[in-house]
Design a binder for this molecule. Sequence first.
Ligand SMILES: Nc1nc2c(ncn2[C@@H]2O[C@H](COP(=O)(O)OP(=O)(O)OP(=O)(O)O)[C@@H](O)[C@H]2O)c(=O)[nH]1
Ligand SMILES: [Mg+2]
Ligand SMILES: [Zn+2]
Length: 306
Amino acid sequence: MELIRARVITEHKASYILSHEGNVLDATLRGSFHDDEDTTFPKVGDYVLCTLLEDGKAVIESVEERKSVVVRKSAHDETVQVMVANVDYVFIVMGLDDDFNVRRLERYLVLSEQAHITPVIILNKADVAENVTQKQEAVQEVARDAAVCVVSAKTGAGMGVFAKYLTNEVTGVLLGSSGAGKSTITNYLLQERVQETQGVRQGDGRGRHTTTTRELFQVDAGGYLIDTPGMRELGFVSEEDIAQGTFRDIELLTYDCKFSNCDHVKSDGCAVQTAITAGEIDEAHFQNYLKVQAKEAETRSGRRRD
Ligand SMILES: Nc1nc2c(ncn2[C@@H]2O[C@H](COP(=O)(O)OP(=O)(O)OP(=O)(O)O)[C@@H](O)[C@H]2O)c(=O)[nH]1
Ligand SMILES: [Mg+2]
Ligand SMILES: [Zn+2]
């Protein structure tokens, strides 16, 4: 049977969407994959070889050797997860508003360095920012060779810089906190509202985890761009893990609890308890959530002892 080469656009549990010569294909995995480690499974950005079935669906037979990978540690154990593959630039997106945090930026720079992928620092929301010059200087101090770009995805100011990087077959991935403006940038570059965006919380400016899956887009002007869900930490649990998890409903509510160390049981101003009382969250579902949390805390403290 004829094999075709396609690229993974997005991934939903066991199914994939591929792009092949401008067409979109639904695909599943050849069963032989399932004995393998997770890192060998196709990821967004991968080039795959697949067979076409009569119904127009594709079956992924193999994954081409990767030029690069962005990885992070699993939220559940020490295993490594591949987030995206075959990326040439990591666009580290940080808002010049309340999102601004140089220490966090440094961690993203380390992540890019470990992956041997060129980082480009995108300081977004210039239109609403204060003390831009000071912030830019603070970033320059940690940026080393990385380019630092001040942009506004809202007004388009500075956005021309992306054209410098995204050409022909070049691929860039947008990384950064929820609410930094990754999807707004995606929509701007695609000149189309393809991605949902959502306002940040009043008060602390945190994002609302609007994007929940990684997705690759072809940019008309050239190149490919991958939008990703915001990451809260680069270590143990990311926002993305939360967004994809079973307890997404509860995790999202916890952002509205009055205290950041809320126990969600007896603490004042707990948004989860409020939702349970209002019948929006099922009590049994909440009890399961507490069990999983306790188990994860146990694993974490266990690991620290070794
Ligand atoms: N003023 C201003 N607001 C912006 C700018 N870019 C994005 N925003 C706003 O910031 C909010 C969050 O933007 P999103 O694009 O949804 O953020 P995101 O990084 O995709 O967030 P997640 O999908 O949750 O990871 C939205 O209300 C956007 O309109 C900008 O340059 N200026
Ligand atoms: Mg988004
Ligand atoms: Zn709470």
